[in-house]
Design a binder for this molecule. Structure first.
Ligand SMILES: Nc1nc2c(ncn2[C@@H]2O[C@H](COP(=O)(O)OP(=O)(O)OP(=O)(O)O)[C@@H](O)[C@H]2O)c(=O)[nH]1
Ligand SMILES: [Mg+2]
Length: 361
């Protein structure tokens, strides 16, 4: 899964990337391409499972972060040379400046996070509008050359696109238009930007970090639409702390007044949830492993995430919640207590399930 970090110049995109990538510098992109870092999603449930089974190896979920060059506000749409890569991201993270620092000029000359959120939203909507308009023209030209009876699918797509156009012209992102899964499938190939989930990251002053949760709650009340999340972090301080060894980090967080849970953990977990993913685990002594699947995935498909042979030869799955396994202390004890369930192919995997698939190939 790819996450695109976007925002105005000097909003703190690269600082946030450093905070998320635990201080490791990403591969530098060219001026027209994003820098890329692969980050592991911190996961306390996985850590505790790995400790329980004394795993030799712990495998976290991984996400790719793309640090895009800044949008220059006021222009119509994101820089065209970025559009291709941007449109392949699965989630957009908009870093919004909310910190005050005379030494760092703001491209719009004042700190106003609401204005900047609206400005970027508008640019994304503008990019989508031009794609939708071009597609409408194409379809209309094509449908003229089709027999009347063969126009059904075209007409349906046209009607849908006109709805999107109307929404976008009224500055409504496509994710807010309440599309059905079928409608989403029709437009999936266009890779529209405003259909993607959006995480707003307020880059707040270090001095405000202690009550980040309050700032978040206020912003959430304002940006409530589906597929939109809000997180407040002090990106530069978080980036500084991320470079420290874990033993020192906790102490430093307290000294700086940062919340005890690192921004990376909260933000990446929020990203996973906005992507509509849930996490299940395999807890073996060789490798205790977190896997991501779309919410609603059945056990046999989940098994396919581990290995295609396991999907093909699926017999049944032994399943229990991660907390149940921790409480029991071992699979054997969980079985004795009757909390280890046996599930078939169509079992809908739940977030936090620990799964052992029995298979035959
Ligand atoms: N005081 C303060 N300064 C910050 C904060 N976040 C970033 N900065 C500073 O702002 C400047 C820009 O930060 P970057 O992280 O490079 O911002 P960016 O969005 O990647 O900038 P561009 O890639 O040039 O658009 C740097 O000098 C940072 O040290 C913050 O939370 N507080
Ligand atoms: Mg940068």
């Amino acid at each position: 899964m790819d996450i695109g970090l976007i925002g105005l110049a000097s909003a703190g995109k690269t600082s946030l990337l450093k905070a998320l990538a635990a201080g490791h510098l990403p591969h530098r992109g060219s001026p027209n391409e994003p820098a890329v870092a692969v980050v592991k999603v911190p996961d306390e449930r996985l850590d505790r499972l790995a400790t329980l089974v004394e795993a030799k190896k712990t495998t976290y979920l991984e996400l790719r972060l793309l640090d895009f060059p800044p949008f220059s506000s006021g222009k119509k749409g994101p820089p065209p040379q970025l559009l291709g890569t941007l449109s392949t991201a699965d989630l957009l993270v908009h870093i919004v400046r909310a910190f005050h620092d005379e030494a760092v000029p703001h491209p719009l000359e004042s700190v106003d996070s609401g204005r900047d959120i609206a400005a970027i939203d508008l640019e994304l909507a503008f990019a989508d509008l031009s794609i939708v308009e071009r597609r409408i023209e194409r379809l209309m030209a094509e449908s003229r050359s089709l027999a009347a009876g063969a126009r059904g699918a075209q007409e349906r797509e046209l009607a849908l696109l006109r709805r999107l156009k109307e929404g976008l012209e009224a500055e409504k992102p496509v994710r807010e238009l309440g599309l059905t899964p079928d409608e989403k499938a029709i437009i999936a190939g266009y890779n529209l930007l405003t259909v993607k989930p959006l995480l707003l990251v307020l880059n707040i002053d270090e001095g405000d970090a202690a009550h980040a949760d309050q700032i978040e709650a206020e912003a959430r009340a304002k940006y409530t639409s589906t597929g939109t999340g809000v997180i407040a972090v002090a990106a530069k301080a978080e980036a500084d702390v991320a470079e420290l060894p874990p033993e020192e980090a906790a102490e430093f967080r307290e000294e700086l007044g940062l919340p005890p849970v690192a921004a990376a953990e909260r933000l990446l977990q929020e990203a996973v949830s906005l992507l509509g993913l849930i996490t299940f685990y395999t807890a073996g002594p060789q490798d205790t492993h977190a896997w991501s699947i779309a919410a609603g995935t059945q056990a046999v498909k989940a098994a396919g995430r581990i290995h295609s042979d396991i999907e093909r030869g699926f017999i049944r799955a032994e399943v229990l919640g991660w907390e149940e396994l921790l409480a029991a202390g071992s699979h054997a004890e969980a079985k004795r207590r009757g909390v280890l369930r046996v599930e078939g192919k169509t079992y809908e995997v739940r977030d936090g399930d620990v799964i052992n698939v029995l298979f035959n190939v």
